[in-house]
Design a protein around this ligand. Structure first.
Ligand SMILES: O=C(O)COP(=O)(O)O
Ligand SMILES: [Mg+2]
Length: 240
């Protein structure tokens, strides 16, 4: 049995409006109660993830800010893997560029971020990528479908997962990762089994070993039942 499941949050255990899927919460609790490690891996902030871990019932092992931060369990030591100066500097260049064109960039939760920068999707990501490329800015732009992120080069959910696996004493090959967007590609490739939910775009689906038929949180539940069938047969029997 896969020893750990690493799941993205927005678009994977939620619906398209970021409302959590209650079936996904129940599936996570079934895994946790069966001794499977569940890691939440998101572009969201540490404080967001901490609240989510507490309310869902995981042990606090997280990847936040698209791999810019990660931590093994509560209380744990928060590791910072990103470069906030690089992300902030690149944001300021983009802010000025788009302001000259009449578009203001709206930051998301800046005061709670240690590594990356996140802002509203009111610009063309490819136009912003062209500015980053032309100005040789040392960041990568990620469009998660919920926000745009600027992240230091070489930092992603996959690099953080490799580091976390060492702290967890689990091989990446013993893990399953599930996601919905381009910011999940690396962790789908690092994990032994990578799954994309059906709402994922083509590059993310291509990086997956398997793609669910159902979308969003329902796709997450479908995937968990596929790869941990015994847990759900047993839990269904106990509920009869
Ligand atoms: O923070 C975001 O933009 C999306 O978050 P996610 O990585 O959980 O999908
Ligand atoms: Mg997502």
């Amino acid at each position: 049995m896969l020893k750990a499941l690493v799941t993205d949050v927005d678009g994977t255990i939620t619906d398209q409006r970021r409302r959590i899927n209650t079936g996904a919460v129940e599936a996570i609790r079934t895994l946790v109660d069966a001794g499977v490690e569940v890691v939440l891996a998101s572009g969201n902030t540490v404080c967001f993830m901490d609240g989510l871990c507490k309310m869902v019932g995981t042990d606090g092992t997280i990847i936040g800010e698209n791999g810019g931060v990660y931590r093994r369990e509560f209380p744990g030591t928060l590791r910072i893997a990103g470069d906030k100066d690089a992300s902030t500097g690149a944001f300021e260049v983009l802010r000025d560029y788009f302001a000259d064109k009449g578009t203001d960039l709206e930051l998301f939760s800046a005061q709670y971020r240690f590594a990356d920068v996140a802002f509203a999707r009111n610009i063309d990501p490819d136009e912003a990528r062209a500015v980053i490329r032309d100005r040789h800015l040392p960041v990568r732009l990620l469009d998660t479908g919920f926000a745009i992120h600027l992240q230091a080069l070489g930092v992603n959910k996959g690099t953080a997962l490799r580091e976390l696996a060492g702290e967890m004493g689990i091989l990446p090959s013993e893990m399953m990762a599930i996601g919905d967007s381009e910011n999940d590609i690396e962790m789908l490739e690092v994990a032994g089994v990578g799954v994309a939910v059906a709402n994922a775009p083509a590059p993310t689906r291509s990086a997956a070993d398997w793609v669910s038929e159902r979308t969003y949180g329902d796709g997450f539940v479908e995937a968990v039942k596929k790869y941990y069938p015994d847990l759900f047969i047993r839990s269904r029997l106990t509920t009869i």
